[in-house]
Design a protein around this ligand. Structure first.
Ligand code: HEM
Length: 507
């Protein structure tokens, strides 16, 4: 027998013994656990997850309720699937549930211990959140960098115009633009050229990490298997992260050199990387070490790039499937802004239909469908049930967005539903929580809000969009690919025809 197979059998046997030894004792202790499907011996409800765990969990919640528990292998997971239960978890019990359960695939030494995303609710996490809140995402900061974002979106429009009449891969173009928005806002550099293979390479790295970290992993369900990483997920994520670390290492090196020279010449760029490097070279107790800086850059890069571009891609897919909504959004842009100038971030407030399109997209296709895994820091009660300390807690934002008790005609794309309603996605309305809520609310939301509306508004202002020859709106393939983020399984391709605005601005 192969050595790996030996290890697997050994670990499974040990797991079985562990389970038998602990089940009886735990049963009485956990009898107030939330209800859930009856677990199979050893594997629990693992086989119920399938290829689309967000959908399977939504289906199970219909039977077992909005606070449900599942034994997945040897590990108990609690899943929250209604607005009231999400309010209880992310608002009332937020302090107890703000810790993170770190998937084994991302337990890459040197990475997760320094990560803002994966650290528990501790002092380092608080410091890092405070740094990005005050140095990155204030309105003043974002206003100061808006011309950079406009440039990146102009490049996107220019790229599509060069390919007018041909089918364009919207996801890849939106991804390269999101990446450049992040890197130019934070580090004053463009990482990729929209036309180059490099954009595709980065997209492959980011989507591979998202897919591998989101994929059900035996090591998470049978902790004894961690040593052998049976699916090889941690090994592959380590390799992918290594490429990003190499890139950011070089960036930090050249900036450190620059900062030393600039100090002499009194010249500085004042972007986020400059500020991080200053926090690195100072001698007091707010000093940031190099690993923490690198990890923060990697975190921003991963958390911000494909979430924003997936939102644009899903919105375009829905608009292509629903031409009347596309026409309404374009009419609003034509009326509100006209054809003499391009959309600006300051226009977003005056474009209610465009905002409704984005909300409806985030309701139907939340880019992070199960949010990121939370963990109970202490024994806590949810929905009247006991959630023991250390339990993994998932909030199924996808299930809430598709719930017929919450939304009328939930499967239809109807942006109009938001025109007459105050429901918003900023974390206060628990029927729409694509960015989460509470302490772990996505800190990048203010940047994502601007980037997504600006990209989408510009694509709709500059072009009429058609499907490739022979395709009908109902042919647009919206099959999902599940990972930490929910992507379209097949690339979305559409043909751009310049509108009057694009023709006028060309002259
Ligand atoms: C449409 C775009 C985006 C969506 C839908 C989104 C959604 C989310 C969600 C659901 C979480 C986890 C919340 C939880 O665990 O309860 C999260 C966390 C996070 N997001 Fe975003 N995000 C987006 C864009 C961004 C951007 C642009 C950035 C930064 C450049 C960013 C940075 C982060 C970080 C650092 C965290 C971890 C926060 C923590 O654990 O304390 N996100 N995001």
């Amino acid at each position: 027998m192969e050595p790996t197979l030996w290890c697997l059998c050994l670990a499974l046997t040990l797991s079985l013994l562990y389970l038998l030894a602990t089940t009886r004792g735990k049963h009485s202790r956990n009898s107030r656990l939330p209800p859930g499907p009856t677990p199979l011996p050893l594997f629990g409800s693992l086989f119920e997850l399938g290829r689309d765990p967000h959908r399977s969990l939504a289906r199970l919640a219909k039977t077992h309720g909005p606070v449900m528990s599942l034994r997945l292998g040897l590990v108990t997971t609690v899943v929250v699937s209604s607005p009231d239960a999400a309010r209880e978890a992310l608002q009332k019990k937020d302090p107890d549930l703000a810790s993170r359960c770190v998937p084994d695939a991302i337990q890459v030494p040197g990475h997760y211990e320094a990560s803002l995303i994966w650290n528990p609710h501790n002092q380092l996490w608080k410091n890092l959140r405070a740094i990005i809140k005050s140095h990155l995402f204030t309105t003043r900061r974002l206003d100061a960098t808006q011309s950079l974002r406009r440039q990146k979106v102009q490049q996107l429009v220019g790229y599509v115009r060069c390919h007018a009449g041909q089918a364009v891969d919207i996801g890849q173009a939106a991804f390269a633009t999101s990446l450049n928005v992040i890197t130019s806002t934070f580090f004053s550099v463009d990482l990729v050229d929209l036309d180059s293979d490099r954009a595709g390479d980065f997209m492959d790295i980011v989507s591979a990490i998202m897919e591998e970290v989101g994929r059900p992993n035996l090591s998470d369900f049978f902790p004894l298997l961690r040593v052998i990483d049976p699916q090889g997920l941690r090994r592959r994520v380590t390799a992918h992260l290594g490429k990003l670390y190499k890139l950011f290492d070089q960036m930090i090196d050249s900036r450190l050199e620059g900062v030393m020279t600039d100090r002499k010449t009194n010249n500085t760029r004042h972007d986020f990387l400059d500020e991080l490097v200053h926090l690195h070279i100072q001698e007091d107790d707010t000093r940031l070490d190099r690993q923490t800086i690198k990890t923060l850059l990697v975190d921003m890069f991963l958390a911000g790039s494909d979430t924003s571009s997936n939102t644009v891609q899903w919105a375009m897919a829905e608009l292509l499937r629903n031409p009347s909504s596309m026409a309404k959004a374009q009419a609003e842009l034509a009326k509100g802004i006209g054809y003499q100038r391009e959309v600006e971030e300051s226009d977003i407030a005056g474009l209610p239909f465009l905002q409704a399109v984005v909300k409806e997209t985030l309701r139907l296709h939340p880019p992070v469908p199960l949010l990121l895994p939370h963990k109970a820091e202490t024994n806590v009660e949810l929905g009247g049930y006991a959630v023991p300390k250390g339990t993994r807690v998932l909030v199924n934002a996808w299930a809430i967005g598709h719930d017929g008790d919450v939304w009328e005609d939930p499967e239809s794309f109807k942006p109009e539903r938001f025109l007459e309603s105050d429901v918003d996605f900023r974390g206060g309305d628990f029927e729409l929580i694509p960015f989460g809520s509470g302490r772990r609310l996505c800190p990048g939301m203010p940047l994502a809000f601007r980037t997504v509306h600006l990209m989408l508004g510009s694509l709709l202002q500059s072009f009429d969009w058609k499907l490739p020859e022979g395709m009908q709106p109902s042919d647009v393939d919206i099959t999902e690919k599940f990972g930490v983020t929910l992507a379209l399984a097949a690339p979305l391709r559409a043909v751009a025809v310049p509108t009057e605005y694009a023709r006028t601005s060309d002259k």
